[in-house]
Design a binder for this molecule. Structure first.
Ligand SMILES: [Zn+2]
Length: 236
């Protein structure tokens, strides 16, 4: 598989913090190497708290601020926010339209998101959040064919948003991968960015240590200190 040197990256996720867990090391590295990166966060994250004193509206603002702070640490140029309710994201036409619109606007050569085929993991005992699956599937659908075909979403073309062909999709899937990125030089930046999502941690250090450990295990396969792993699809 050829080396990957993205010029424009778009990360698409359901919630503020999703991208910073699985792919922000690669993004930080590529930004350091000259790439321009953007985030698109589809839900407002307004349910992601165990704090019963917080109103959904307050949480929405807190989480946006945290995501902007994390993006700044990583060198992400801009964070686009949609306002779908947390926990209610569907892979539907309006969501696909929103993603296709941003793809046509910023013209990324690499799009990163979560693998929608990851439904559950019995050995680890977790069910993947339905918003993550919806975000991943809607992103794949937006990349191909909706952002690419001029007849899809004609209202975008009317706004001057020409079709765009994405070159590569990178999916985060904790079970398997066919591609890894050495993030050894930016692991501390990644963990600082992840740490910016203060509202999301019951045990912050424990979570950061766990992510460091996952990236260390991925690194050992590449014989480097830290890495992130992806399913890579080069679109023909
Ligand atoms: Zn999430």
């Amino acid at each position: 598989m050829q080396a990957l040197q993205p010029k424009v990256i778009l990360g698409v996720a359901a919630h503020p913090d999703d991208l910073d867990f699985g792919m922000s090391g690669s993004i930080a590295r590529w930004v350091n190497e000259g790439a321009t990166a953007y985030y698109l966060i589809l839900t407002n994250g307004n349910k992601g708290s165990e704090d019963r004193t917080l109103k959904p509206k307050q949480l929405r603002e807190i989480r946006r601020q945290e995501q902007r702070a994390a993006a700044k640490i990583l060198g992400v140029s801009e964070v686009f926010f949609c306002d779908y309710n947390d926990g209610e994201l569907d892979c539907c036409k309006p969501v696909k339209n929103d993603i296709a619109k941003i793809i046509r606007q910023i013209k990324p050569d690499v799009v990163m998101t979560m693998d929608p085929t990851m439904v559950y993991d019995a050995p680890r005992g977790f069910i993947n959040h339905p918003d993550h699956r919806a975000a991943g599937q809607a992103t794949l659908d937006a990349v191909y064919p909706l952002a690419r075909d001029h007849l899809a979403f004609p209202e975008l073309l009317k706004k001057g948003l020409e079709p765009h062909k994405v070159g590569t999709v990178l999916l985060v899937n904790f079970d398997h991968s066919n591609f890894a990125v050495d993030i050894s030089e930016v692991i501390e930046t990644k963990l600082r960015a992840l740490g910016a999502h203060e509202s999301q941690f019951a045990h912050k250090q424990q979570t950061l240590d766990l992510v460091r450990d996952i990236n260390k295990q991925s690194g050992s396969k590449l014989k480097v200190a830290y890495a992130e792993e992806f399913v890579r699809i080069d679109i023909q």
